[in-house]
Design a binder for this molecule. Structure first.
Ligand SMILES: [Zn+2]
Length: 74
């Protein structure tokens, strides 16, 4: 990678992280409108509460279609 390519890559990653931070600050999944929750297994990992199996969701979100939204803020 050239220096310029590395810089362009860093700028893209920064832009993605800034967008993730903006989304997390709203607390709402941009794909389905459900609230986001933090996954404590990795720092800065946020997921839609409808991500994954019902048993890990808040009771009010059980039975909703699953959503694949997740992002990283760190
Ligand atoms: Zn969602």
């Amino acid at each position: 990678m050239t220096k310029q390519e590395r810089l362009a890559h860093k700028q893209r990653m920064d832009a993605i992280r800034q967008e993730s931070i903006r989304i997390v600050s709203t607390g709402i999944c941009p794909q389905c409108g459900t609230e986001l929750r933090r996954n404590s297994s990795i720092a800065g990992w946020w997921q839609c509460d409808c991500y994954g199996m019902d048993q890990f969701r808040k009771p009010e979100n059980r039975g909703k279609p699953s959503c694949s939204f997740q992002c990283f803020t760190e």
